[in-house]
Design a binder for this molecule. Sequence first.
Ligand SMILES: [Zn+2]
Length: 723
Amino acid sequence: MEIMYMSSSIYERLQLLPIHSVEDKYIDIYTALKNNSQMSNIEIYKSNQFEGLFVSALVKISIPSRGVYHNLDIRKNERIIIYSGENYPIVAPSVMIAREDFPFSFVPHLNTGVNRSNIDELNLCLYRGDIDEWFYKNGATKFCDLINEWFSDLVNGALIKQDGFETIRINNNIAVLEADFEKISKKIEADNKRNYYFFKMENICGNVYYRVSDDEFSSNDYQKLPCILIFDNKNVDDCYFTTTLSKAKDLSNFSSYSRLTHALRRFRSKFYDPKSKYLLNEIWVIMAIKRPQQVIGTFSCYEFIGFKLSFNFEENPAVDNCNIRLATTIQSLNKNIAEKLSGTKYEKCSIALIGCGALGSKIAMSLAKMGYVQQKLVDNDVFLPHNLIRHEVTTPFYIGLNKARIMSSKINVLFGKSESTFYEEESFISNANYNNDFIIDCTASERNLYWYLMSNMECNGYCRCEIFMDGKLGVSFFEGSKHNPDIFDTRAYFLYYSVQDNLLQEIFNEQDNEFNEFHIGFGCSSDTMILDEATISNHASIVPHILEKYRNIDEGTVVINYFDKTNLENNFVRKLKVCKFNTYDLESGWKVHIMECVINSVREFVNQSNENMGLWIGCIDNNLKRITIVDTYIPPDNLRAKNKVTSGIKGVNKIIGSCEKKSCGIIRYIGEWHTHPNGRAVPSELDKRTFAEFSKLGKTYLMTILGKGEEGNWIVHGEETYE
Ligand SMILES: [Zn+2]
């Protein structure tokens, strides 16, 4: 027969002495216990050893008619001892059970020691969260109800909830042992003979915080401590502690305990050297207990009990009577936990983040903390002192290092992985392969945009994040699927949209007088931009969310985050949908992209017997040889005939002129289209004369002819006309 409990009573262990009056500060808990209809025979005590009030009460428990759950020996009256310590009511009372042969071993929700005291007695875990906070809010009367509820749940089998196996509650531990228990659980499951491992561990902080690695300990590891893991991956235990623990044998009702002696023997023969002073009077042990279901707060069915075993390797004693002191075990941070805590357990793509400045670094880190750990970071810049003001990195330690390297190492350190890589180069000369990546371009560089558009790159998607208007505007541009609309078109549409919006119009004021399309002082690439870190963080903060929401959408998307710190109530987030573009690759190398909805509306006129014409509104990039058309204007006074159309003038100056003026020439009149009803899309003699007249004007113009079922585009560029 096993001795399941200590010979002395709890009254003796706590050295309780009856008293006759209750100090004022404990009146409410005392009164609440007296007034609780399920409690009787109230007695009050003090202890010579522990400051505070002890109240003993008999709890009436209504036993279900079908009997107690699992036939546990729970009786209709159980005596409990309620302890209120010297910090009552800031610290909640604790409830101990007076009966020594109470079936502790099968009762979850027991703490191993009394909260914030030196009392080593099993006591009820009444509330899964912070009981002190709960008590402070809810008070003594409700606390007594909670005791009644606990017993009722116990006899009805309701202490174990659906969400997983309740762990053993360890109070008054002497240290914390951190390990990747998720990974260790997999190792345990895969093992088929050893039932133990010797791992390396590291004293992280003052003998109270240790990190256990899943690398095996070897005799060369002078700098590291050993930690023995014992387990039994066959037998399932659903029991708990029967007593508070002081000797190793107190763990003997768990199956894996039987492995401890063997593991110690193996460890001794392998590592113990009598001549070395290095070893060893004590050793850390972690015992894995296989539970019938997934353990709460973990990713497996293993619960891990950590303890320091006083074991003299020279004497090599029987382990049963060796002293143990418990530690708390804690799962190290990993991607799974990050996803669980951030509520982002969805499918993650791998990211290539180009530009690790203030905005890029914040986006990269937010994404990493949401579980996007596979990141390629690209930047050729070095971290400088002034970067500390706005960068994700806030320690001068990194000054002088490459920004991509810094971010990659920070992400890898976060979860102890090495899934993030870096390229200390500009994206356009880097050897990175982006085939499987979603690219997030935070460079604010037009050259980068040029590189991306010209390379016609295979990738999983592309988003460009930019800050405009002295920080007031954060904009994320998402390409549509298969680069349609591509980033240039998406941005062109956004600019056209901005021309027509009173607040967004300001974006064009940044441009200097020099006619320099798309170089509108974009973003914070300039070191001199004056902008506080909170504003950049505001813009960075929404990018991960819109990435999740829009990265798989077929059409293009623009998300505008307007944040004016001087006028907070006007701020908004707005989404624009950007439809597909019809694209025409001309032999001359020019590309014409016309918004699908625009070209479709124009095509209607091909079916009318008279010709019609309109003006193209869009933008041109001479480097890219790209014309993007975002709208058309059809003068209402066009003179339309069967083989000829003469452009009207009504509204032309008002519409086109103001667009060009407001956008500083970026969005402007680009050329014209006209129809050849029932004809071919080839220039007539008249058309050729018109082209020649345009060519005298010196700029680049697009001439589109719409015939039956076909379109032709001609670029008039100075003296030449290209097809
Ligand atoms: Zn014509």
